[in-house]
Design a protein around this ligand. Structure first.
Ligand code: SF4
Length: 356
């Protein structure tokens, strides 16, 4: 099917890269027996969102992380679960002093208690007390960012290079890669573009489902201070201004890495169905060159997330008859597609399987 189709959109290319990473990570060598990897997409920090993220985790620690549930622990909950004491204590004695009012911390303690990730009670003098249910494990080994650019021509490379330079300077990820479509050339054209040498290059053959390393990345230093490039001069004849930088301390980086990994843990990369229209009668999943991809029967293509949205003029609801068996408890095919994607996610994540 795919060979008669136009070149994949960036979105479909991204899904293929995610599927490959889930099957075959890492690109060189293998993970140690104590390490597992999972994949997510479209996550990052405020001004920077990576296309594909691979989180390498300690297998046993990840199983302990699973006790806290499938949902991400956000930046408010993480300090609570990480600092909750083994014995009952007033939350203000137990948790680190925040740089915002304590009432927000109290709110987070209640939320953590409601989610069952800590225990809470009202102490003898009416004070809110907490204690841990489990110690929060140190489960992240490495975070790898992959930028997907199927058509990495000179103009795409010019746009991408400053983003990669920012990634390298900040060093939030352990490695940064660019994934691009493989060509027949003996030297992949991406190597001839002016990209930072610290970024690795993956040449992806979507038809054969294979990925080759065209350039190995340099390992970055997430534990060291990083540099945030906040302003970069255009470098033209009339712009002699200097770039502006901010310092990023290792504690900030460690917190952001943990928040990114937590969101990756919750979302994985199959959550695209949440922003598309699997409730449309034309929406389907198809296997193309070994990858499972969204398919639009009305347009005979793999739709992008932007196309397959509330704005699509070809959208049609699932006929009621499709929903009769089991509906409304199980929903129609659209719900079934979401369930299928969730089951696939669980199959790849043994630590989640029991909750399914
Ligand atoms: S018709 Fe539109 S909404 Fe329906 S599957 Fe195709 S792209 Fe998505």
């Amino acid at each position: 099917m795919a060979s008669n189709l136009p070149a994949p959109s960036e979105f479909i290319f991204e899904l293929r890269v995610c599927q490959w990473a889930e099957r075959a990570w890492p690109p060189v060598g293998s993970l140690g027996g104590d390490t597992v990897a999972f994949v997510a997409r479209q996550l990052g920090v405020k001004r920077r969102r990576w296309d594909t993220i691979v989180v390498e985790a300690d297998r046993e620690a990840l199983e302990r992380r699973a006790r806290f549930g499938e949902g991400a622990l956000d930046s408010d909950l993480l300090p609570v679960v990480r600092n909750a004491p083994p014995d009952w204590a007033w939350y203000r004695d137990a948790l680190p002093e925040p740089d915002y009012p304590w009432r927000y911390v109290r709110e987070a303690v209640h939320r953590a208690g409601d989610r069952g990730v800590v225990e809470t009670r009202r102490g003898p003098n009416g004070r809110i007390e907490l204690r841990r249910r489990w110690a929060y494990p140190d489960w992240i080994e490495r975070i790898v960012a992959v930028e997907n650019k199927p058509d990495l021509d000179a103009s795409a490379a010019r746009n991408l290079a400053p983003q990669l330079e920012r990634d390298v300077a900040l060093g939030l990820a352990d490695e940064v890669w660019v994934a691009t479509s493989a060509t027949e050339s003996t030297v992949e054209p991406a190597l001839l573009e002016d990209l930072p040498v610290e970024a690795g290059i993956l040449a992806v053959d979507t038809e054969r489902g294979s990925v080759d390393v065209a350039w190995n990345p340099r390992t970055l230093a997430p534990d060291a201070p990083g540099t945030r490039i906040t302003d970069r001069p255009s470098g033209g004849d009339h712009d002699a201004s200097a770039a502006r930088f901010e310092y990023a301390d290792p504690e900030w980086k460690a917190d952001k890495r943990l928040e990114i990994a937590e969101r990756a843990y919750e979302r994985g990369w199959r959550s695209y169905a949440d922003t598309m229209r699997p409730d449309c009668r034309h929406f389907d999943l198809c296997v193309s060159d070994g990858d499972v991809l969204p398919w639009c029967g009305a347009k005979s293509c793999h739709p992008t997330a932007g196309e397959c949205s509330g704005n699509c003029s070809s959208w049609e609801p699932e006929p009621p008859a499709w929903r009769q068996r089991g509906w409304p408890i199980e929903g129609g095919p659209g719900k079934a597609i979401k369930r299928l994607l969730d089951q696939q996610r669980r199959r790849e994540r043994p630590e989640l399987a029991e909750d399914g």
